[in-house]
Ligand binder design. Structure first.
Ligand code: ZN
Ligand code: FE
Length: 252
């Protein structure tokens, strides 16, 4: 089984799109379609032909370019129910093969109720949309904290060496907030410095390793004793601690 080539490109103010390419089968997938010209430009740069378009959720910064991309490339569009133009509706628990690699579909509602994430176990890649970001998680527009916590728990259960591709570059702001609830976390302190360095050089902080998120992303750490002490929530359920962390981030 070939290792897929991965090309991440920025669009709009802080979004990322990703191309996956198999140089043996010549198949190419695009994750999310917020900006047709950015995506078509990335394809042209590599000389790749788009065969698959995978959509995470219905927000316009993830789908606005879909119709143009489809008409220019004749790709097949996979995504959640309810989006006009999706050829193959997916739901959590589904899996399919892209370019000889298995793609597992995870339903991770919270930010939106339709949110799908794509996990490629033999590539150690997970596309987490607006559910899990580097050092952060998505805002709760449609689901409640309990729903989001259950969704994040599905991602926490992936192998720690999985690369997490969130859809936005929000990391510097996320790091500042993370330090406010987990100030004594040495790994987080160090990571915040690395992130400032990367951003000063205009480099992406996405993807990140799940193992690093587990050590430093407060939204994945409601069981942490220091965070619980700071929040004065020593024995509440993880879900309640997560809800408090999310609420604080909204007001940060
Ligand atoms: Zn969104
Ligand atoms: Fe988004």
């Amino acid at each position: 089984m070939a290792t897929l080539e991965v090309f991440q490109f920025p669009y709009m103010s802080d979004n990322y799109g990703v191309l996956l390419h198999n140089k043996d089968t010549l198949e190419t997938a695009l994750i999310d379609a917020g900006d047709a010209s950015a995506a078509l430009g990335a394809l042209e740069l590599h000389g790749w032909s788009l065969t698959h378009l995978l959509l995470t959720h219905h927000h316009s910064d993830h789908i606005a370019g879909m119709h143009e991309i489809k008409s220019q490339t004749h790709c097949k569009c996979y995504g959640p129910q309810g989006i006009d133009g999706v050829d193959k509706v997916l739901s959590g628990g589904d899996s399919f093969v892209f370019a000889d690699s298995e793609v597992q579909v995870l339903h991770t509602p919270g930010h939106t109720m339709d949110m799908l994430n794509f996990y490629l176990p033999d590539q150690s890649l997970a596309f987490t949309g607006d559910t899990l970001f580097t050092l952060g998680c998505g805002r709760l527009f449609e689901g409640d904290a309990a729903t989001m916590w259950e969704s994040l728990s599905k991602l926490i259960a992936l192998p720690p060496n999985t690369w997490i591709y969130g859809s936005h570059e929000y990391t510097q702001a996320n790091a500042k907030f993370a330090l406010s609830v987990d100030p004594n976390n040495k790994a987080l302190q160090q990571r915040a410095k690395q992130i400032d360095q990367l951003r000063a050089e205009n480099k992406p902080t996405v993807p990140s390793k799940l193992s690093d998120e587990l050590e430093t992303n407060p939204f994945l750490r409601p069981d942490d004793a220091d965070i619980r002490t700071l929040l004065k929530m020593p024995s509440e359920p993880d879900e309640a601690v997560f809800a408090e962390i999310r609420k604080r981030k909204d007001n940060f």
